[in-house]
Design a protein around this ligand. Structure first.
Ligand SMILES: Cc1cc2nc3c(=O)[nH]c(=O)nc-3n(C[C@H](O)[C@H](O)[C@H](O)COP(=O)(O)OP(=O)(O)OC[C@H]3O[C@@H](n4cnc5c(N)ncnc54)[C@H](O)[C@@H]3O)c2cc1C
Length: 575
């Protein structure tokens, strides 16, 4: 059995930022960091458009209060306002810190950090490195892991969270290279395992975004918060679903329907293309439903709308959003300098997650905390995004709450002994789980079951929802769960058995999917990204609260948690 003071699962921005903070606070703390990919390949590296902070470089009227208000309004008043205050107050400081670390932000002519417009933000406050912001940030943070002697376990897959009597004690992990199993014991386990885009059939997320941390926490008895709030990003490139950053609209691109009209004037006349993502995704979906989408031959009635950059001109396109130009060119053969891009909504971001307090410690329910367990980043729900996240607030959350969680962990372990448990029990159990997957005699292919599951989620819990459609989805899901016991693996080897990893991941995305559907079914209102056609308005009287969903193999139980409202009273949301 291996031991570390702290074991962090996840090598994206949140995990790396926490590791760095622990080491900055006390270099003698022994930190291990596990990632199933190489840390540099974490989804954070794909972040494009930028990171928000009221630096006032472009807009002197900006302030943290304005940023906080925009975030709370964007969240449809479901965000916890104490957490939002921390996020927006600490934002300028973390940007300067990143810059001192060596992150190369794009500049204004006078040398200060440039800032651009983003959806739902009332001021130009998004800092960026062209449209490769995540790349610029993650490289510096990963370099800092090495410099600070964090022990990195790359390409190890964490299979189980060890949680006994309300206390996290370690994890079980599997070395993808050779099939070795290890138990790690730690005073603190931190999850920074990212999102779950792969629950849906069309997503902007990478292949590794399978919600493992959420699945493992749920199985261990930890509730998941606000899982019904799934962000569909308005501009996924059709048909592949990869992201065309909101930065493109921030720089002035138009959304156009089959009639050549900027249809956002019908839905958000003030903010137009820079309305928040929930509103813009619904508008696109309604245009497509009304027959004003476009087909590949340019005729009306098709499955996508156009994102038009042509009026921006070659110089601006190539200096501000070169990566988006390249994606459209490489993946669908569109040269955005001369032609509009085909886009439609794509599953993008998980607003909910593992419930944590503002120090990153995991909640065990309405009251109480799990000892030794922390989380930050997209897998956590603190909740700064509520029912709908504003663009460029997620990178900010990873850095602000990664840092805070790291600082809190460094304090917390001073009073904590190395936990005790019987590692053999967990090793045997993990071995048995793997052996039975390898020996299973079924006929179901993993890819087929995964596709059926993803199609089910996209069809039954997409941009618009109704009770009937969701109940059908849950019934289908029960049948699909049974098929999991019939999957057959061709590969029986220990070396690089990616099929086995996919089987383990599939279990997690299926658990996460069931949590999303069940939480969505029980929220009988429309709020932010959760849009019910049978309950079309927001219902503060009954639902101004966070959902807590508890998983068990026989069913999911729900409970609710109050929202922290200490500054901005809920109002109608207009853009
Ligand atoms: C295409 C795209 C563009 C985006 N652009 C922006 C943007 O411009 N601005 C913005 O604010 N947000 C953006 N976002 C959102 C933002 O990038 C993410 O929310 C954020 O980077 C998540 O970081 P993270 O550290 O929480 O997780 P991730 O970066 O996803 O990292 C997760 C880590 O956990 C590891 N892991 C997961 N499961 C296991 C397991 N079982 N065992 C071991 N390791 C595991 C992975 O290997 C990985 O290292 C974008 C997202 C996408 C998909």
């Amino acid at each position: 059995m291996r031991e570390h003071d702290v074991i962090i699962i996840g090598g994206g921005l949140a995990g790396c930022r926490a590791a760095l903070e622990i080491k900055r606070t006390n270099p003698s703390i022994d930190v291990g960091l596990v990632a199933k990919t190489h840390p540099i390949r974490s989804h954070s590296v794909a972040a494009q458009g930028g990171i928000a902070a009221s630096l006032q470089n472009v807009d002197p009227d900006d302030s943290w209060e304005a940023h906080a208000f925009d975030t709370v309004k964007g969240s449809d008043y479901l965000a916890d306002q104490d957490a939002v205050e921390i996020l927006t107050k600490e934002a300028p400081g973390v940007i300067i810190d990143l810059e001192h670390m060596g992150v190369l932000f794009s500049r204004l002519p006078d040398g200060r950090i440039a800032q651009r417009a983003f959806g739902g933000h009332s001021h130009k406050r998004t800092c960026y490195a062209a449209d490769k912001t995540g790349h610029a940030m993650l490289h510096e943070l990963v370099n800092n892991l090495r410099r600070n002697q964090v022990q990195v376990y790359e390409e190890w897959y964490v299979m189980q969270l060890i949680l006994e009597e309300g206390e996290a004690k370690g994890v079980v992990m599997y070395h993808i290279k050779d099939g070795e199993l290890e138990v790690v014991c730690a005073k603190v386990v931190m999850f920074a395992t990212g999102g779950y885009g792969r629950v849906f059939n069309t997503t902007s997320n990478d292949f590794a975004s399978t919600g493992d941390g959420l699945g493992m926490s749920a199985v261990a008895g930890v509730p998941l918060e606000d899982m019904e709030f799934v962000q569909f990003h308005p501009t996924g490139l059709y048909p592949v679903g990869v992201l065309i950053s909101e930065a493109v609209r921030g720089e002035g691109a138009y959304l156009i329907n089959s009639e050549g009209r900027r249809f956002m004037e019908d839905y958000a006349p003030k903010q137009m293309e820079l309305a928040p993502r929930d509103i813009t995704s619904r508008s696109i979906t309604l245009e497509i439903r009304a027959g004003r989408g476009v087909n590949l031959d340019g005729s009306a009635g098709g499955p996508f709308v156009y994102l038009d950059l042509r009026h921006l001109g070659e110089e601006k396109i190539m200096s501000r959003v070169p990566f988006c130009w390249e994606e459209a060119h490489r993946l669908v053969g569109v040269d955005a300098i001369y032609e509009p891009m085909p886009v439609r909504p794509t599953a993008h971001y998980c607003m909910g997650g593992i419930p944590v307090n503002t120090s990153g410690q995991v909640r065990s329910g309405q009251n109480g905390l799990v000892e030794g367990f922390f989380a930050a980043g997209e897998c956590a729900c603190v909740s700064v995004h509520g029912a709908n996240r504003l663009g460029s607030n997620s990178l900010l959350e990873c850095v602000v709450y990664g840092q805070r969680t790291g600082a809190a962990i460094a304090q917390y372990i001073q009073n904590r002994k190395m936990p005790e448990f019987d590692a053999q029990v967990y090793l045997k159990r993990a071995n048995k789980q793997i052996q039975s997957l390898l020996e299973q005699k079924g006929t179901m292919r993993i890819a087929k079951l995964r596709q059926e599951f993803q199609d089910c989620m996209s069809q039954h819990c997409g941009v618009f929802r109704t009770e009937t459609v969701m109940l059908e989805g849950l019934a289908k899901l029960q049948q699909l769960k049974e098929k999991y016991g019939q999957i057959y693996l061709d590969d029986k080897e220990k070396c690089w058995n990616t099929e086995l990893i996919e089987a383990l991941e599939l279990r997690n995305i299926m658990i996460v999917g069931e949590m999303i559907l069940t939480s969505a079914l029980n929220r009988q209102e429309s709020r932010g990204a959760h849009s019910r056609e049978d309950y079309t308005s927001r219902d503060d009287g009954n639902f101004l609260s966070h959902t807590l969903a508890y998983y068990s193999p026989v069913g999911i139980e729900l409970n609710y948690l109050p929202v922290v409202i200490n500054r901005f009273e809920p109002k109608e949301r207009k853009y």
